[in-house]
Design a protein. Structure first.
Length: 132
C-alpha cells in the first residue's frame, strides 16, 4: 500500500468514480474533492468529500503500508430521507485484518448517538466476521 516516494495531493477533484465487481451494478461516487499523501509509510487522506446518490460523505483517515496495515478513519454521512435530515458518524480503528467500527446516528425526530454498532465486535476484511 505504500510508494517508494512521497506523493502529495493538495487539491484533487474527480467528477465521477464507479467501483464494483465486473457484471454488478457499481457504486458511483460523484463530485469528489480530496487531499492527502501517499508514501513509504502508507496513505494519509486529510480530507475527502463526495456524493453517493443523495448522500454527502465527508471523511479522513489513514492506512499503514506494512501488515497488518494499521487503519483509522472518521466519516460523516448526511442525507435527507422523507424530508428529514439524517446524519451518521462512523469511526474505524484497528487494522485491515481486524477493524472495529463505531456508529452514531441522528435525525430530526430520533437520536441514536453513542450507539456503537461494534464497540467490541471486530470485522475481518479478509475472512468471516469476527467474534463479539
Amino acid at each position: 500500500l505504500g510508494l517508494p516516494f512521497d506523493l502529495n495531493v493538495r487539491q484533487g477533484n474527480i467528477q465521477e468514480l464507479a467501483l464494483g465487481a465486473r457484471g454488478a451494478s457499481p457504486l458511483v461516487f460523484r463530485r469528489i474533492d480530496l487531499s492527502g499523501t501517499m508514501g513509504p509509510i502508507g496513505i494519509d487522506i486529510a480530507r475527502v468529500i463526495a456524493e453517493v446518490d443523495r448522500t454527502r460523505i465527508t471523511a479522513r483517515g489513514s492506512i499503514g503500508a506494512i501488515p497488518p496495515f494499521a487503519t483509522q478513519a472518521q466519516a460523516r454521512l448526511e442525507a435527507s430521507v422523507r424530508e428529514r435530515a439524517v446524519v451518521a458518524d462512523i469511526a474505524a480503528r484497528g487494522s485491515l485484518q481486524e477493524l472495529t467500527l463505531d456508529l452514531s446516528a441522528d435525525d430530526d425526530a430520533a437520536r441514536g448517538d453513542e450507539a456503537p454498532i461494534s464497540e467490541a465486535r471486530h470485522l475481518s476484511v479478509f475472512g468471516a466476521a469476527g467474534q463479539s
